[in-house]
Design a protein around this ligand. Structure first.
Ligand SMILES: Cc1cc2nc3c(=O)[nH]c(=O)nc-3n(C[C@H](O)[C@H](O)[C@H](O)COP(=O)(O)OP(=O)(O)OC[C@H]3O[C@@H](n4cnc5c(N)ncnc54)[C@H](O)[C@@H]3O)c2cc1C
Length: 344
């Protein structure tokens, strides 16, 4: 059976690794990059570029029995994956091309992102030349980025968040811990407001002017719907993602699995969940090969881990939180484990 995986992130890499060990499958992995990148460590890269080699793994260094194709996927159809250099047909395909972090400002000058190694290194360079940094968004990424800059670099930082507390989907204790950490390092936090314009200064919805030298956009996720523009519109779920059945197959399409951030599942969009999807899809494919029935995916309780600089952090699990150095250690251990699982 020929399987084409679109996207070698958390979901695609673990799946490709497992499928590559099975002679029963001809597996192709397509990604625009030649390396897997461990995104949860990107905030650390802002102050320490030396880790870029440690958090990136070339696909050919850990995948065996898999054909890796470095290409930009331009379109996905029910029969084939269309890249900038031709079409690849499939018996089954797995869509796991991940979320994007689109900057929703007309003027994108001096607005940077922390969404892959290359962009994060660009952001790092801009930080070097800036005194006052604006962080747009106080969710997981905005908080981690603000915390890293506040902890490791001497900058004036303003963070604007549209909700009344940071990390608003976590328990109150977690929000308060993050806020205390940032306040103790001099970060100014503006709640219940949004950055809506970038002129000589950044302007908020409520009329505040912020004279930052640069901004880091952490204002929410998007995903590339255009890739599937030839499909019926009802594959797109509101408010988010590609509509999947209980076996993680795209609605109405038995040959197409969806994993990772772009599923419609009501779960946090995390590397942990994407990894679980990759393993689930692997098991389901094996069962199909063996003529057994399909599996049913159920959302699992998973910890949420937020880094605050090098020595602090927050782990949220089943409504309880762990903070401080133990949480920072958990984050590091998870990183080491995730990279080791791919390597060996
Ligand atoms: C700064 C930051 C910090 C984070 N911190 C954490 C954390 O602490 N814990 C946690 O669990 N999660 C964290 N996340 C979220 C986590 O990284 C994502 O949930 C996870 O990466 C999703 O995995 P995925 O497999 O869906 O897609 P991704 O890992 O995003 O991989 C998608 C892959 O598809 C490729 N691709 C996309 N479009 C195309 C195309 N058209 N053609 C070819 N290739 C394409 C990309 O190059 C990429 O390799 C963080 C994310 C960021 C950005």
């Amino acid at each position: 059976m020929n399987i084409v995986i679109v996207g070698g992130g958390f979901c695609g890499s673990i799946l490709a690794k497992k499928l590559g060990r099975e002679d029963r499958f001809d597996t192709v992995l397509i990604d625009r990059k030649d390396k897997y990148q461990y995104y949860p460590a990107l905030p650390e890269l802002l102050s320490d570029p030396s880790i870029s080699g440690k958090i990136s793994l070339r696909y050919d260094s850990f995948l065996t029995g898999v054909e890796f194709i470095r290409r930009e996927v331009k379109r996905i159809t029910p029969e084939a994956i269309v890249t900038d250099k031709g079409r690849i047909s499939y018996d089954r395909c797995v869509l796991c091309f991940g979320a994007e972090y689109p900057v929703r400002l007309d003027n994108k000058n001096n607005v940077y992102t922390v969404d892959d190694v290359e962009n994060t290194l660009r952001t790092r360079k801009a930080l070097h030349d800036s005194d006052h940094v604006l962080i747009i968004g106080g969710g997981l990424i905005g908080v981690e980025v603000a915390a890293e800059i506040a902890d490791q670099l001497e900058k004036r930082i303003t963070l604007v968040h549209p909700h009344q507390r940071l990390l608003e989907r976590t328990p109150m204790d977690a929000s308060e811990h993050a806020e205390r950490f940032l306040h103790s390092r001099g970060v100014e936090i503006i709640f219940n407001d949004k950055v809506v314009e970038n002129r000589d200064v950044f302007l908020t919805d409520k009329g505040k002017m912020i004279d930052a030298d640069m901004a880091v956009w952490a204002g929410g996720l998007g995903f590339n719907r255009e890739l599937l523009s030839g499909f019926d519109h009802d594959i797109f779920s509101e408010p988010w993602g590609l509509d999947v059945n209980s076996d993680l197959k795209l609605k109405h399409h038995e040959d197409i699995y969806v994993g990772g951030d772009i599923t419609s599942l009501n779960e946090e969009k995390t590397g942990h969940n994407a990894d679980v999807h990759g393993k689930f899809i692997f098991k389901d494919l094996i069962r199909e090969m063996e003529g057994k029935g399909t599996l049913k995916y159920s959302t699992q309780k998973a910890p949420m881990i937020i880094g605050l600089g090098r020595k602090d952090g927050i782990v949220v699990f089943e409504g309880k939180i762990l903070t401080g150095r133990p949480a920072a250690t958990v984050k590091k251990m998870v990183e080491i484990g995730a990279l080791r699982r791919l390597r060996f």
